[in-house]
Design a protein around this ligand. Structure first.
Ligand code: ZN
Length: 411
């Protein structure tokens, strides 16, 4: 225990050093005229092996911005946050090294950008600095670390004032006048584009669909509507549930259009929560969504266990049957509008985003971006309009049934 405490003391000092680097960068930024968004210049940037076991990160930015760097565990990652940087493609930055297994960048919160390097083994930051003469040049040196040192660094708290704002703290307007509050959850966003095909991302397609569905629900008059994201920003899965609850949500609809690597799947699928996935594909899909959160730099340690215990029981007995009726009502409405569904239209898996114990929740896989036909449909405003009508109708049927059943139970 003593040893551990000493080590975390060391970690705190190194965080303080990191904070200093960030503050220097801040004063550098203040000293210069800020013009537009900082950009990453791919020509002057590279990520490569250093010495026998280290990694060197060189980033050339068009202008200085406040930034900070830290490591996170599970898997080991280097996470860099910047006051808005336009990154462009970053996959090719890590050249000629197997010490960095994945690079991902994008918007994390409004006003914040994140760059994440997945590391093949535990490493810690040996030095990090930004020189601000010609634009801004960031140099980070990583060195190999043993498990204990890495764990202590990864567990270091955020320096005061540098913690990112929680997505849940951002204001979420609820629109509409109906009695029932629907929370729409367009999947992915920001640093996590979701499935990508033909220059389109799942994140952007679902944002469009969510906007269209929101308008239709508000217009209908039966619903108030809140959304977990209204822009291309990253919202962690756990925050999506928090946001839904804070908006007073009574039903949660998550919108997705994933891709599969093998086989030919087409059509819409409705997913409800279950501990046991209905098949291997459903399990893989749920796992991939949690993995997207990890790659974006979210700390999932422990949170899932918490939800999994008591809450899962509650979800099963109370909300489970309501989820089932929601899925049935949506399935009937989608079929009535003659929209193609998957050959197993209703499935179940352990999606984190569906784990509200007291709010009926459903995940709509609107189609498969891996299918040419589905992708064309998803991009077609006419098809989306039919899907929107079907979802509105299905939600209304479910809401009526749900209210009637509640009345019966009360008598
Ligand atoms: Zn998805």
């Amino acid at each position: 225990m003593e040893g551990l405490r000493r080590r975390s003391g060391g970690a705190l000092r190194s965080v303080a050093a990191g904070l200093l680097a960030a503050l220097l960068a801040l004063s550098g930024a203040a000293a210069q005229e800020l013009s537009g968004l900082a950009r990453l210049m791919p020509d002057g940037s590279s990520i490569g092996a250093r010495g026998w076991s280290g990694v060197s990160v060189e980033l050339q930015l068009s202008q200085p911005v406040p930034w900070r760097v830290r490591v996170m565990d599970g898997p080991p990652r280097l996470v860099m946050d910047f006051r808005e940087v336009e990154f462009g493609p970053v996959e090719d930055l890590a050249r000629d090294t197997d010490r960095v297994t994945a690079v991902r960048a994008g918007s994390f919160r409004l006003g914040w950008s994140r760059l994440v390097l997945e590391l093949a083994r535990p490493m810690v930051v040996e030095s990090a600095d930004m020189r601000t003469s010609d634009g801004a040049r960031i140099a980070i040196r990583l060195r190999k670390a043993d498990e204990a040192e890495f764990a202590a660094r990864a567990a270091a708290p955020e320096p005061p004032g540098w913690a990112l704002p929680k997505a849940a703290d951002l204001p979420r307007p609820v629109q509409g006048a109906g009695p029932l509050t629907v929370v729409l959850d367009p999947g992915h966003g920001g640093i996590d584009p979701g499935a990508e095909r033909g220059g389109v991302s799942e994140a952007s397609l679902m944002l469009t669909l969510s906007r269209e569905l929101k308008e239709a629900l508000v217009r209908d008059g039966t619903f108030r509507v809140a959304v977990t994201r209204a822009e291309d920003v990253f919202v962690p899965l756990e925050d999506r549930i928090t946001l839904a609850r804070e908006a007073g949500g009574q039903v949660f609809v998550s919108l997705h259009a994933d891709a599969i690597a093998e086989g030919e799947a087409v059509g819409a699928t409705l997913y409800t929560l279950a501990e046991e996935a209905s098949d291997a594909a459903a399990a893989a899909l749920a796992e991939r969504h949690d993995r997207d959160d990890l790659l974006a730099g979210i700390d999932l340690t422990g949170h899932d266990d918490l939800v999994a215990g008591v809450l899962m029981d509650l979800a099963r007995t109370e909300t489970g049957p309501r989820n089932e009726r929601l899925a049935l009502a949506l399935e009937a409405a989608i079929k009535r509008r003659q929209i193609a569904m998957h050959r197993h239209p209703r499935q179940a898996a352990g999606f984190s985003v569906l784990k509200s114990p007291d709010m009926p929740s459903i995940l709509v896989e609107t189609g498969f971006m891996s299918s040419d036909a589905d992708l064309a449909r998803l991009r077609d405003p006419g098809w989306r309009a039919r899907m929107v009508i079907a979802l509105v109708e299905g939600l209304k049927v479910w809401a009526r049934e749900d209210a009637a059943l509640k009345d019966m139970l009360r008598r």
